[in-house]
Design a protein around this ligand. Structure first.
Ligand code: NAD
Length: 461
């Protein structure tokens, strides 16, 4: 859907008016296009003394397509933002900070450079998960990084984002996939997030081709006929996957058109129907010999405040958004007649939660309960399936421009669009890129987590 306000403020007179009145001017975000390098400009990498990641980070960043190195010792001039040589990214290894006094290193590094960050630039801070720190003082300092990064995300203007990557000791080799996502235009609408990178599950490997990480893999996407699901299917196909596009029987036309266009196949199935789990397992086994990536995207809303909500509204939302996800997941993980589960070793499961499931929302007790339940599912299941090389994560979209949000009353819609650091709604592709990152064979160090795709929404932050 078109954001008329963003269009208006992108024009000369509109921009002038917005500036005069002190109104937000949402940046047109840079998004990934096939062949576009991870970075497009100078990157400055540095770290606090004793950081275990600074050396490997320098090498890794230097190897990324499009990265020109900026000198750690020569900050860009304040106010140069937007100029040709503005900094594309500032990357800081904070793992060496062992006490609160050491946090000064953050100020020393970022203060002279932050204003030279390019539009849609990136700030990435790397730390140690506080629970893995060597003592209370270090845990305090590492926990402090979260407040720092979330605030930086809120201060940044012009589509720039900030991330904190907490890398467990021993997981240093599993950083690349997440770092590429955080630095690139693929994470255009993700900001202020903390991603934990742990010991990678069995079989985690950097893809041979980062542009086609899902080559040779099969994915299934539920609710693929339209909205976010259709773009997830397209994005996974772009990344090399053969995609089974699933939606309710009434959506057959759109589903077949999509499947034909991306070289996948269409499966008309109501995921709440009796035997839907068996039908899906049968389709995936018979046609594809199994599946590697499962994206639970299908979802519905039936909003009413609790006192006005009838039981049918409650039941239908829980059935589609949560119970069906549990049933399908359990079935795909079961050992079938072949002696092997339908979800192959090294599989990736991605659920679609929502910031409503994190923050709660008026009129959405049913929906928020279902979306919070999905968070429970990924957190509880991740350790259970890790031994099979399987990861399970959730994306939690904020306000995304789809038919679902077009149906929201105008005032609520405008509030949803502006109440985030990007001052705009996200696009379905923003959720799809997050799903694709979690689905990658290189993302085996990330499991049991919830990645918000919400432009750093104020809700539940
Ligand atoms: P949408 O309504 O445009 O598409 C949902 C799709 O799911 C439809 O094609 C629908 O036919 C399908 N579906 C519904 N019930 C089904 C069933 N029983 N079996 C099979 N398919 C079924 O919604 P969307 O905006 O694209 O949202 C996709 C997902 O993202 C949902 O889970 C939604 O809750 C979540 N989400 C969306 C937003 C947003 O702002 N749009 C925000 C947070 C979360």
């Amino acid at each position: 859907m078109v954001d008329r306000y963003q269009k208006m403020t992108a024009s000369g007179p509109g921009a002038l008016l917005a500036r005069r009145l002190g109104l937000p001017r949402p940046e047109i975000l840079e998004r990934h296009r096939p062949g576009r390098p991870v970075l497009s400009g100078p990157v400055v990498v540095d770290g606090a003394e004793g950081g275990r990641l600074t050396g490997p980070l320098r090498e890794l960043v230097a190897s990324l397509p499009g990265a020109a190195s900026g000198s750690a010792g020569s900050p860009g001039s304040p106010g140069s933002s937007g100029s040709r040589d503005a900094t594309a990214a500032l990357v800081f290894d904070a793992t060496g900070i062992t006490g609160s006094g050491g946090l000064r290193a953050l100020h020393d590094f970022f203060h002279p450079r932050i204003r030279s960050l390019a539009p849609c630039g990136r700030v990435v801070v790397l730390g140690t998960p506080p629970e893995a720190a060597g003592g209370v003082r270090q845990a305090v300092a590492q926990r402090a990084l979260e407040g720092f990064v979330r605030s930086v995300g809120k201060e940044l203007r012009r589509g720039a984002t900030a991330h904190l990557l907490l890398v467990a000791p021993g997981a240093e080799d599993a950083v690349e996939s997440t770092l590429r996502f955080a630095l690139s235009a693929r994470s255009a609408y993700v900001s202020g997030q903390v991603v934990r990178i742990g010991q990678p599950v069995k079989g985690t490997a950097a893809p041979a081709d980062w542009e086609r990480p899902l080559e040779g893999r099969t994915a299934v996407v539920t609710g693929a006929a339209r909205g976010i699901g259709a773009v997830v299917a397209e994005t996974l196909a772009r990344d090399g996957a053969t995609v089974v596009c699933l939606d309710v029987p009434g959506q057959g036309g759109e589903l077949r058109e999509l499947a034909g266009r991306i070289g996948g196949d269409a499966l008309e199935l109501d995921i709440t129907a009796d035997g839907a789990d068996g039908a899906l397992a049968e389709h995936l086994s018979a046609r594809h010999g199994g599946v590697d990536v499962v994206v639970h995207n299908a979802g519905i809303t039936r909003d009413k405040t609790l006192g006005r909500m009838d039981a049918a509204k409650w039941d239908s939302v829980i059935a589609v958004n949560l119970t069906a996800v549990e049933r399908l997941t359990e079935r795909l993980l079961e050992t079938g007649d072949s002696g092997r589960p339908v979800l192959r070793e090294g599989g990736r499961i991605v659920c679609t939660s929502s910031i409503s499931g994190i923050a709660g929302n008026v009129g959405q007790t049913n929906y928020a309960a279902s979306k919070a339940g999905l968070i429970g599912l990924v957190q509880a299941l991740a350790p259970v399936v890790a031994g099979r090389g399987v990861t399970v994560n959730a994306v939690a979209p904020g306000f995304i421009e789809t038919r679902m949000t077009a149906a929201v009353p105008l005032f609520v819609r405008e509030a949803g669009r502006r109440m985030n650091s990007m001052k705009q709604g996200g696009q379905p592709v923003d959720v799809a890129e997050a799903v694709a990152y979690l689905a990658s064979p290189g993302s085996g160090g990330v499991s049991g987590q919830v990645l918000r795709v919400c432009g750093q929404s104020l809700l539940g932050a």
